[in-house]
Design a protein around this ligand. Structure first.
Ligand SMILES: [Mg+2]
Length: 220
């Protein structure tokens, strides 16, 4: 019997990639409006390349981008990019459909709820608070809690320590087969793949596949 449900954060609870794409495009257009002489497509590929080489949380992406394409940081362009990016992020950070309703249902059933994310703690919490989900979870395990990323066993073990129940009583929900599903399976948990948020393929198969987060109610 399932007694706890643990979630990945980005692309599982929050529509992270689509919001990020919109933020980047709005930042590019703000720079183009102030004279950046580069097509939206070319600028977008350069920025994605920087994120891919470092990581998607990298916060000096526009500095690096301007250095690369102009040979220096133009602070007017940098500032309009950052302002546009933040404005869009503030308006668009929201959970997938039915996230709140589903979390409420699960809590009503008396289940423990938690998050295991590879994101840095403060960034994870700000995303959670932006979605007004901060009261739904018993705990949030972020990168600094173990200094290891999924599929490492450490974040999953840390969660089991918090819950004090056996792994087969835990259902883990995530969008990334090779990180979320693989890691949770290795830890002995039941798994559900968040198909609705998945953007990376993988070999690992889950016990359940969700086309909507509310499918969880039927499973449990
Ligand atoms: Mg994810």
């Amino acid at each position: 019997m399932i007694k706890a449900v643990l979630f990945d954060l980005d692309n599982t609870l929050i529509d992270f990639i689509n919001i990020k794409i919109k933020c980047i495009k709005d930042a590019i257009n703000a720079m183009r409006n102030k004279g950046l002489n580069l097509s939206e497509e070319d600028a977008f590929s350069e920025i994605i390349l920087i994120y891919t080489n470092i990581n998607f949380e990298y916060s000096e992406v526009f500095q690096d981008f301007l250095k690369k394409v102009l040979g220096r940081i133009d602070y007017k362009l940098l500032s309009v990019a950052i302002v546009a990016y933040r404005k869009t992020r503030a308006n668009y950070v929201k959970p997938f459909n039915n996230v709140k309703k589903t979390l409420e249902e699960l809590r009503k059933k008396g289940l423990k709820l938690g998050i295991i994310t590879d994101a840095p703690k403060i960034k994870a919490w700000i995303r959670i608070a932006s979605m007004e989900l901060e009261d739904y979870f018993d705990f949030v395990i972020a990168f600094e809690d173990t200094n290891e990323k999924k599929p490492s066993m450490l974040p999953f073990k840390k969660a089991l320590n918090e819950l004090k129940i056996s792994p087969e009583q835990v259902l883990f929900v995530g969008d990334n087969p090779e990180r979320d599903i693989k890691g949770a399976k290795q830890a002995g948990m039941k798994t559900a793949l968040a198909k609705y948020g998945q953007f990376l393929d993988g070999e690992e198969t889950a016990d359940y596949e969700l086309t909507d987060i509310k499918d969880l109610i039927k499973i449990i």
